[in-house]
Design a protein. Sequence first.
Length: 194
Amino acid sequence: MLASGSPRRRTLLKREGIAFSVVESRIHERRRREEDAEAFSLRMAAEKALAVSYRIAEPIVLGADTVVDCGGEILGKPKDAADARRMLRMLSGRSHTVTTAYAIARAGALIETRAVRSGVTFRRLAEEEIDAYIASGDPFDKAGSYGIQDGGATFIAAVDGSRDNVMGLPVEDVLEALARCGIVPEKRPGGRDG
């Protein structure tokens, strides 16, 4: 069971041959004043997994949360075009950290949680590029106002760490954690095992 409405997380799990259904957690994502990026993402991932685990009698529930930290400011999903523009200008020509935490719950109890970090460096962006990207609609459901899997990929000069983590799920780590819970990929099309 995936406790996330993120289409990127669904894509990543399907790519790996993991069978799952989706139940959104309906958790309100609000950072506490004292929380850094890692603490915030870990708490959100855990709350999402637990919220669904309490409601649905599924053996394993996976929750995840991604946050962007640029110079100590945590960038969530933009509220509107002006907020997306502010974030993209902030990221332009700079490096930032993307932290994705995952949590696995069973029967209303956490089994495992972990946060994974990737470093991302943006090239300098022109105002016209920012405007065109905002007009595409792509920034509005993504932490930091960009996606590595869409037009936002052209903004990226370098990634230090997992690209899947930047997309929203540290796939290798999650697959290992799921395997410890007895969940393994199904056979993929073409006869390849996941």
